[in-house]
Ligand binder design. Structure first.
Ligand code: SF4
Ligand code: SF4
Ligand code: SF4
Ligand code: FES
Length: 332
């Protein structure tokens, strides 16, 4: 693809044709705020439905402001990202969102790591000018996921993740207008649907509308109870993944530190799912290889792909590496 030259905030920038204004600005170190937009190229996830309009910018010659996350650059484009009109429109968008949003920050699961809260702070919003009806939705608490859709900003990230990456087809927008929300078919509880509780919708939700159920306080009480023997067994991936939470380079093995920390926290026994996990992986790989070989040799009766409780992200892997395999009967 050819490169194009555009001017953003007076700065000449070379960008790949087809790139969005948001991405082009980012490569030049110009920050445009975003909320609904999310791009994780490593797994082929892109949410660019442009539903929130927080990223609006001015393109010289165009009558209306445009969403930077969904507008591709074109040769000679002159873009202004921080005119007074742009800032006012963004602020209005935020105020309107907040006018239909609970002010629960202090007790919200996303407090301190919420994109909406961060933007409200960045824009210095201290008062909500627009008063009106507040949308209320029943709160659903499953064993692992809480859906508190009063806080949903309709960014559609969860829906995109569930349907296009996880391929579970559980979530979609329901209702109209003010009552629109991302929910399940017939608005059933998650455990009455195909939900695998993979948690990927939770991982991409920018606000506190979806969050994991927290058992921490109950655990603290159990550890403090001298009449209870409390054991912990860690899944293999955690040994590496938790390091990132403490600032280690992704991929750093912190097994020793993890065990020490768990003992210091008061767990009586710490088990590592090492050997059993290795066996599971080997068995699953062997079974998958066997099925794949049969399938490739023309035996279309073989059931594909293999389903494993380890990670539902397998669909994405197959899509990227063996796209032909997705052409399988739905009963498989
Ligand atoms: S979702 Fe964000 S803005 Fe809303 S209550 Fe929670 S922390 Fe506050
Ligand atoms: S937990 Fe996974 S399967 Fe369930 S709704 Fe969320 S993304 Fe879909
Ligand atoms: S639940 Fe969260 S991720 Fe889903 S649309 Fe609402 S705000 Fe976005
Ligand atoms: S981030 Fe661009 S419209 Fe939401």
């Amino acid at each position: 693809m050819k490169n194009v030259i555009v001017i953003i905030d007076g700065k000449e920038i070379e960008a790949l044709a087809g790139t969005t204004i948001l991405e082009a600005a980012k490569t030049a170190g110009i920050k445009i705020p975003s909320l609904c937009y999310m791009n994780i190229p490593e797994i082929g996830f892109k949410n660019d439905c442009a539903s929130c309009r927080i990223c609006v910018v001015e393109v010289v010659g165009r009558k209306n402001l445009v969403p930077a996350c969904a507008t591709p650059v074109s040769p000679g484009m002159i873009i202004n990202t921080n005119t007074m009109e742009v800032l006012e429109k963004r602020r209005n968008v935020l105020e309107l969102m907040l006018s239909n949003h609970p002010t629960d920050c202090l007790i919200c699961a996303k407090n301190g790591k919420c994109d909406l809260q961060t933007l409200a702070m960045e824009f210095g919003i201290r008062d909500i000018r627009f008063k009106g009806k507040i949308f209320e939705y029943r709160r659903e608490v499953s064993p692992s996921i809480v859906r508190d859709l009063d806080k949903c900003i309709m960014c559609r990230r969860c829906e995109n993740m569930c349907n296009n990456i996880q391929k579970c087809q559980v979530l979609s927008a329901v209702n109209r207008g003010f009552k629109s929300v991302v929910s399940t078919a017939f608005e059933s509880d998650l455990d009455k649907t195909n939900c695998t509780f993979c948690g990927q919708c939770v991982a991409v939700c920018p606000v506190g509308a979806l969050y994991e159920k927290d058992y921490t306080w109950g655990l603290i009480k159990d550890i403090a109870n001298p009449r209870k023997r409390v054991t912990v067994q860690v899944a293999p991936a955690v040994r590496v993944a938790i390091g990132e939470e403490f600032g280690y380079e992704p991929g750093t093995d912190v097994t020793g530190k993890l065990v020490t920390a768990l003992k210091k926290l008061g767990f009586d026994d710490v088990f590592d799912t090492d050997y059993a996990a290795d066996l599971t992986i080997m068995e699953e790989a062997a079974e998958f290889k066997q099925r794949l070989e049969k399938h490739l040799s023309g035996d279309k009766s073989v059931k594909l792909p293999i389903l494993t409780s380890c990670c539902p992200a397998w669909v994405n892997f197959i899509e990227h590496h063996y796209p032909d395999m997705l052409d399988i009967p739905s009963s498989a």
